[in-house]
Design a protein around this ligand. Structure first.
Ligand code: ZN
Length: 190
């Protein structure tokens, strides 16, 4: 497959997310949209090692144009693009944010997190990974939000471009980490 700006960008951002510890092992998937083409990371490949010829290109109906084995969350990515005018999506299971998602504890919303009338980041109800149900819940949840937490699962961040989505995912993780430390320390006696 010929390299394109989309595949180059995806690989750079995938490697960045992995290097920051946001997508350990083979977890996480990311995509970028250009007109009606979506480029997405493959299934079963670490974001830390993915190469340009492994990136899968699909149309908005999910038909594979080049490559094979798109991420098992392809439906989720397509549903978000259909519901929202964004060009980049990052899905991670980053430790702190996912810890909040697993325990049902909410992450406080900080500056730059979309809708302001809710003091906490939106948490989307649990649905099994890779299902249409999860895709629909996330698509709906992101209509008014830039980022959502998936109950018992992880994070989905969006952006005008993939780089913005990655920075948001990173910021959410750091926010969760800071809040975790603050909450633990505030319960300790010194
Ligand atoms: Zn996931």
């Amino acid at each position: 497959m010929k390299q394109s700006p989309l595949t180059t960008e995806i690989c750079e951002i995938a490697h960045y997310l992995y290097s920051k510890g946001l997508a350990p092992g083979k977890s996480g998937n990311i995509s970028a949209k250009f007109h009606d083409i979506v480029a997405i990371t493959p299934s079963g490949v670490s974001l830390g090692h993915v190469s340009e010829d492994e990136i899968v290109m699909v149309n908005m109906d999910g038909k594979i144009l080049t490559g094979k084995n798109p991420s098992s969350e392809l439906m989720l990515h397509l549903e978000v693009y259909k519901n929202k005018d964004v060009n980049g999506i990052v899905h991670t299971h980053s430790s702190y944010a996912t810890g909040f998602a697993m325990s049902g504890k909410k992450i406080e919303r900080l500056e730059g997190f979309g809708e302001r009338n809710n003091p906490f980041l939106k948490m989307v109800d649990y649905a099994q990974p890779g299902t249409v149900k999860l895709a629909q819940l996330v698509g709906e949840g992101l209509k008014k939000e830039d980022v959502v937490i998936l109950e018992n699962h992880g994070v989905v961040a969006t952006g005008e471009n993939l780089s913005e989505a990655a920075l948001l995912a990173e910021f959410v993780e750091e926010t969760a980490k800071t809040q975790f430390v603050a909450r633990v320390l505030s319960n300790m006696e010194f």
